[in-house]
Ligand binder design. Structure first.
Ligand code: CP
Length: 327
């Protein structure tokens, strides 16, 4: 297995071995085992959330605290980014101040691609536009397998992701992740929320009733109005009636399923209050587990011994080196 990546932008940055090791370490950390950190090292982790968050930012803050690290909350609005400094120079500044990892959330998809070749600092993607949200998908996988009694038991299970799939970075990470563990993933929602091309191993169902009938678990999504243009908002008038999950829907099928949601949920739209108040609502378990999963991710990244972070900036062009040596 390769070293744990220094840039975790998406699920595809991780090998199957990394993912399984993260799930095992999450179990260890949850059962109270101490974190494994480099000796004589003060761990400092920054969060730079350029888009709003409650769960991801605060669960990273809790994870950093539980691991014994220092949390630096970088506020873009009051930083020198506002004076025109680039994100790259900002991240280098954090690195040379002694920050080990920066967790970044942004509304710009693929913003982190620019740092792949020469990472200015170790980076965890806390959600980039509609692209990826890898730590959310990992904590979802952890919670799903925990619910069904272990990784072996989710093989062959079917989960329907319902709602605004096309604008959902969580969906894009889950469809990269869950099929690796033999989970059948179905996407479900109005046509304008479903991608024209399905990801490998993922299928579509065209109604919520069909999703309930075929699934072992439901994963609801928020309608992400902030990412829509007017042409979509005009089509959402009947969303709640057609796609909102209620106990009445389950009654129709004489079946009740665990309901996952990445949060924040718009209660009364994609889900009714009674479901949120009930034991089938898994979102609180997802949030609880998120702290331990994120501890495991920080631990794995901090221990990857990548000594090349920021090092490219010491290089000068070869022709100038040559001239200096010859004078
Ligand atoms: N699931 C999730 O990313 O929630 P927040 O936007 O509150 O971080």
């Amino acid at each position: 297995m390769s070293a744990f990546p220094s840039i975790l932008e998406g699920i595809k940055d991780l090998e199957l071995g990394h993912i399984k090791a993260l799930l095992r370490r999450t179990n260890d950390l949850k059962s109270g085992q101490p974190p494994r950190l480099p000796l004589q090292k003060t761990l400092a982790v920054a969060t730079s959330f350029l888009e709003n968050s409650t769960r991801t930012k605060l669960s990273f803050a809790m994870a950093i605290m539980r691991i014994g690290g220092y949390h630096i909350d970088f506020h873009a609005e009051s930083s020198s980014l506002k004076k025109g400094e680039s994100l790259e120079q900002t991240l280098l500044t954090l690195k040379y101040q002694g920050v080990d990892i920066c967790i970044i959330r942004t509304n710009e998809s693929h913003l982190l691609d620019q740092f792949r070749e020469y990472p200015p600092i170790k980076i965890i993607n806390g959600g980039d536009g509609i692209n990826q949200h890898p730590t959310q998908a990992l904590l979802d996988l952890y919670t799903l397998q925990d619910h069904f009694g272990g990784l072996k038991n989710i093989k062959g299970k079917t989960i329907s992701i319902v709602g605004d799939c096309i604008h959902s970075r969580v969906t894009h990470s889950l469809t990269d992740l869950l099929p690796q563990f033999g989970v059948n993933v179905l996407l479900c929602g109005p046509d304008f929320f479903i991608p024209e091309e399905m990801p490998a191993g993922v299928n579509r169902v065209t109604s919520l009733d069909e999703a309930i009938e075929q699934s072992d678990a439901i994963y609801l999504l928020r309608v992400q109005t902030e990412r829509h243009d007017k042409s979509i908002s005009d089509k959402l008038k009947n969303y709640q009636q057609e796609w909102g999950l209620t106990f009445d829907r389950f009654r129709k099928h004489s079946k009740v399923l665990p309901v996952f949601h990445p949060g924040p949920a718009n209660i009364g739209i994609e889900v009714e209050q009674d479901i949120v108040n009930s034991e089938i609502w898994m979102a609180h378990k997802q949030v609880q587990n998120s702290v331990f999963v994120r501890m495991a991710i920080i631990e794995a990244m901090i221990n990857n011994e990548d000594h090349h972070i920021g090092s490219q900036y010491k290089k000068i062009p070869g022709d100038i080196s040559e001239r200096i040596r010859n004078t």
